[in-house]
Design a protein around this ligand. Sequence first.
Ligand SMILES: Cc1cc2nc3c(=O)[nH]c(=O)nc-3n(C[C@H](O)[C@H](O)[C@H](O)COP(=O)(O)OP(=O)(O)OC[C@H]3O[C@@H](n4cnc5c(N)ncnc54)[C@H](O)[C@@H]3O)c2cc1C
Length: 469
Amino acid sequence: MTTAVVVGSGPNGLAAALTLAAEGVRVRVVEASDVLGGGIRSSELTLPGLIHDECSGIHPLGPGSAFAERFDLAGAGLIWRWAPAEFSHPLDGGRGAVAVRSVAATAAGLDDGGRGWQRTFGPLAERFGAISQEFLQPVLHVPRHPLHLARFGAHAGLPGTLLARLLGSPDAQALFIGVAAHAFRPLNTLASSAIGVALTTAAHAFGWPVAEGGSAAIRDAVLVRAAEHGVEFETGRRVTSLDELGSPDLVMLDTAPAAAARIAGDRMPARVRRAYTRYRHGPGAFKVDYAVEGGIPWTHEASRSACTVHLGGTVAEIAAAERDVVAGRMPARPFVLVGQQYLADKTRSAGGVHPVYSYAHVPAGFTGDATEAITAQIERYAPGFRERIRGMHVRSTSDMSRHNENYVAGDIVSGANDPWQLVFRPRAALDPYATGIPGVYLCSAATPPGAGAHGMCGYNAARRALARL
Ligand SMILES: Cc1cc2nc3c(=O)[nH]c(=O)nc-3n(C[C@H](O)[C@H](O)[C@H](O)COP(=O)(O)OP(=O)(O)OC[C@H]3O[C@@H](n4cnc5c(N)ncnc54)[C@H](O)[C@@H]3O)c2cc1C
């Protein structure tokens, strides 16, 4: 019987394990933490009864992914929930913009009637199923939908600030730039629109859902399927060398590239080791979870019903803040993402006290305390917020990498999303999952299609490994 060891149990490690096991491979997963799941964990971080997502919270690419469909995660107990609005962007003075599932309704709410928004995202949203099939795999492939991919690429290749200008009124521009900022990139650089275009289009096609009961419910559904296929687990064991793993036919590394090079040691060809150790990481995230009595009193009314709220002001302000963090400077007013998952999933609150999730973009390895900067950004758009705080949990960039060593210096997107690494991650190779060692593959979010709790990196890597077998 073919055997495999998967190192790491994040969404990609679990997806790889399940994909191999479903084809008859005997799989063992070894996880450094005492808890399985990596970026799909949830717990009572602030007060008893309040469920907070420790890492990933919102899942634009979860429901439609080939992995979720192939293994029928819904049938294994995973329930997706949607808030009334997908994401919003408050501006000073109670103004702002909001995106709902319908492109037309979103456009109608924008100051100029949203002609640019409709023209850009309408056609992409109609074809999102085909487009996402293309970008959820390595860039170097023969496309099944070349025209759709070309339309997507024409927008994705633009600088975020340029695409924002093409969208029209300042509220439309701000609404888009908040999503583009998920890339953790200077927003005036080539292809800094790519992640914003993908996620905005996903919002109009599938919405931005949360998992009922917390993101750990995604892990639990995968574990149900893994148990059906006999996958074995060992927690609390950090792998430092391939030699510790016996001699399985396959090894799948759900780790950062430099960690994979350390684990493989001399067995890794020098050119691959060089590429892995030179792999560039992005800036960091500083996370604060709050317990909030009665929720956040946003002045911009529509933000009270949006699952995700992007804070940071105008395009110019956010572009400047992102430029600063990439250059290693902490901005006074950082870009902040606020998650109000409880609006979609009532099981996460305790009476009138709700779990609020937030993180700021900060320089890689930032050693200061961004708690006040985050609270002040929320207070700026929701006066009275401070008085409603009943509990708080803070995770700095170093806490982040202690919690999960894949988040190098607090980089939660597993690698800089610069144009080169958007196309060739983790290195330029026909098979981006191959490590140059027969039977050993990298399957983390440092491989295509990149960050997110969709499991597609692990799924793709396992399929490549099976094809090679
Ligand atoms: C604060 C935060 C917010 C996020 N928000 C979102 C979001 O809203 N939506 C979204 O889709 N994504 C989000 N992400 C990103 C998402 O969580 C990651 O992209 C995803 O978890 C990556 O999955 P992975 O399997 O590659 O690695 P991880 O989830 O990082 O898991 C890697 C696992 O491997 C283990 N491991 C590492 N090295 C070893 C070793 N040597 N031996 C044994 N075990 C090892 C780690 O302990 C960990 O459990 C967020 C991440 C963070 C931190």
